[in-house]
Each structure stands twice: as C-alpha cells, then as structure tokens.
Ligand binder design. Structure first.
Ligand SMILES: Cc1ncc(COP(=O)(O)O)c(C=O)c1O
Length: 380
C-alpha cells in the first residue's frame, strides 16, 4: 500500500470486540489473568506493553521501512535508549549542531557512565572519517540540523559506517518519513521526536526508535520495559490519530515552507535564510537527492539579539514557543531557548548566533503567515 494508506490503516484495524473503527484507548495499568499464568491477549502490565503502544509501533515501523519500532515518553527518552545500546568506553560521533537536549544528555549525563562523544561537522565526509576512532561504535546524524539546516549525506555516511562496522543512527524529526527515509539510504536506526511532525498537533510528547536489526530491537525493548520509558495509552492514541494525516500535512508544510522561505529571502531586513529548498542553500542538490521535499523548517539571520527580540515580541499569528512540527506556525530563538544548554562559544562556532531565528512553518493560509512576519519585521 502507499504511504498515506499505511499511515491511516497500519495498526488501526477496527476493534474486534465492538467493531469500533477507531480502536479504544486502553486506559488501564494492568490486565487480568484468565487463569493462573494465562493472559487474554498477551498483555500483563502497561509499562511492559499495551494495545495503543503496539498499534503505534507497527505504524511507525511501516512508515519508516523498519523491521520494528518502539515508542517512548519523549524523543529524548528514545534517544537515551539508543545510546544505552553502548558500553562504557564506546565512542560516538555526533553532528555538531545537534538538538541542544541531545548535547546536554551526552555531555552532562552519559559521559558519567563512560561513553565518549565527539561533536563534528558531519556534512564533511573528511571530518567525519577523521573523527572515527577504534572505539567508535556509533555515528549519530541530525539532518537537517536544528536550527542551522545543514545536511549530512546519509548514503555516504552509511557506506563509511558499514565499512567500519559502526552503527548509523539518524534523527529524522525535521522531515518525517514522508520526506526522508534514512533506512532506505543505509542507516541502521532512525529516531524521532514524535512530539513534532508525526503527531503534528502540539498536544502530546513522544519519541520513536525504528530498527532494522533484531538484536538491536531486542535490546531496545528490554530498555523500554526495564526503564519504564514507553509511551502511555492516551499519548499513543493522540500520536496515532495525528499520523493519519501526516502525508497531507507534509505536502502543505512543504508548500508553505517554500513560500515563506522565498519571501524572507527577498526581504531587506533579513541577512540570510537557511532553507534546503532554496537554490542558494549550499547543499540544495543533496537535499534534492536525499529528501522528497524541502519541509517547513527554516532559520534566518537578523544580525543581532535586539533585532531578534523585536521580531519575536511583535509576531501575532506565529507563536513564540519551543517545539516545531505542529499545524500552527511556531517561532523561536534557538540561542536562548532550544539550544541554551550548548555553551555560548560553541554556539557561535556552529552558527547558532544571537540573531538567528527559527521558524516552524505551519499549515495556516500562507498569506497570513507572511503578513504576520512582515508586520513584525517593521519593528526592527
Ligand atoms: C531534532 C530533535 N530531536 C529530538 C528532540 C527531542 O524530542 P522531545 O522534545 O520529544 O524529547 C527534539 C526536540 O525539540 C528535536 O528538535
């Protein structure tokens, strides 16, 4: 079946006991034994598994082309589970402009358990290869990076990873499986903040880990049920409902993203727009090769923190908020919000300046989004 059909139907078969087209929310923590040691449908306790989680995991695995998927209470819980596949002394190469929460997890928490991390410009295959050590067990790519919109070549990195026996993990949050399929390009594991496009309605947090190798899947499921980080029934229901419209949302997000990017690119108050859909983006050709569309995430440089503050204080339709990937347009200041946990000096080096603004273009009427940005830009 096609992507849109799978998004609507996989894991969403009508409820066999009532015929309900939408499966119920199994809001229960425990499951009765029919007789000693015998459960009705294999479920015993909601931390371990429950029908809403299983349904969502089947759907996400199918959409990403994985062998299996596990869903977590947040993107960070899923990413944490992936790093727990490693052992003390193992080394990971990570995209340098990675989401701030991943940087914090790695440098402030996981290093205490003996893992080692190098933050590298993974858009350069030479820099990536040079960062590999005998102890490197994992490469962790975010492409495009948040918020600098730098791409890494997934297929080329997969070839390098396979040649060196290293696991390649790709964070596919910014594009969703509708616009990019890292597993088809050779990655071994995909992670998502489902809080973003997969759910799409800014009303639940969630994370997903999609796997291609049974040995990884077994370990991830062990971590999920042992640590109790699996996604709860209500949140699984919400994300499952959101995913049903992923295809149409991503089509409209890309149309709106492109229109807003072109408009901002021509605006005299904006110094630079970072958007892979623009021919001026240094990796526009790579975007055309490995993405099915440009998406709706972009950032732009206003030159100073004052200019950014003036814009952000005057938007009306766009919401000044953390997060991204919802139907509503969200605008943010990465240096003080999503990426505040990255030290200022490193932020400057990787392009997260005080004048950089990030936009998650929603699917409102695009003329309204542009009009709101235009009126707010007049305050600069
Ligand atoms: C690219 C990316 N990956 C992972 C995460 C973490 O996801 P969550 O906030 O659901 O824990 C985020 C959050 O903003 C993100 O932007």
């Amino acid at each position: 079946m096609g992507f849109a059909t799978d998004a609507i139907h996989v894991g969403q078969e009508p409820d066999p006991s009532t015929g309900a087209v939408v499966a119920p929310i199994y809001q229960t923590s425990t499951y009765v034994q029919q007789e000693f040691g015998k459960y009705t449908a294999g479920y015993d306790y909601a931390r371990t598994n429950h029908p809403n989680r299983k349904a969502l995991e089947r759907c996400v695995a199918q959409l990403e082309g994985g062998q299996s998927a596990y869903v977590f209470s947040s993107g960070m819980a899923g990413i944490d589970a992936v790093f727990r596949l490693l052992r003390p002394g193992d080394h990971v190469v990570v995209s340098e402009a990675v989401y701030g929460g991943v940087y914090r997890l790695a440098t402030q928490l996981l290093v205490q358990f003996g893992l080692e991390f190098s933050f590298v410009n993974t858009s350069s295959q030479d820099q990536l290869a040079a960062a590999l050590r005998p102890s490197t067990k994992m490469i962790y790519l975010e492409t495009p990076t948040n918020p600098t919109m730098i791409l890494s070549d997934i297929a080329a990195t997969a070839a390098l990873a396979n040649a060196r026996g290293v696991t390649l993990v790709v964070d596919n949050t910014f594009l969703s499986p509708y616009l990019q399929n890292p597993l088809a390009l050779g990655a071994h594991i995909v992670v998502h903040s489902m809080t973003k496009y997969l759910n799409g309605h800014s009303d639940a947090t969630g994370g997903a880990v999609v796997l291609t190798r049974p040995a990884d899947a077994e370990k991830i499921y062990f971590i999920q049920r042992s640590a109790g980080s699996g996604l709860a029934p209500m949140d699984c229901f919400l994300v499952s409902r959101g995913i049903k419209t992923l295809a149409v949302r991503m089509i409209q997000h890309s149309v709106n993203g492109m229109a807003v990017a072109k408009h901002l690119d021509a605006h005299p108050k904006i110094k630079k727009v970072f958007y892979p859909g623009l021919p001026s983006h240094p990796q526009h050709e790579l975007a055309r090769k490995q993405q099915k569309g440009p998406g709706a995430m972009l950032s732009f440089e206003l030159g100073s923190a004052e200019a950014a503050r003036a814009l952000l204080n005057n938007v009306k339709l766009c919401s000044l908020a953390e997060s991204l990937g919802g139907v509503e347009t969200l605008i943010s200041h990465p240096a003080s919000m999503t990426h505040a946990s990255i030290p200022a000096e490193i932020r400057q080096n990787i392009g997260i300046t005080d004048g950089l603004v990030r936009l998650s273009v929603g699917i409102e009427d695009v003329a309204d989004i542009i009009a709101d940005l235009d009126q707010a830009l007049m305050y600069i």
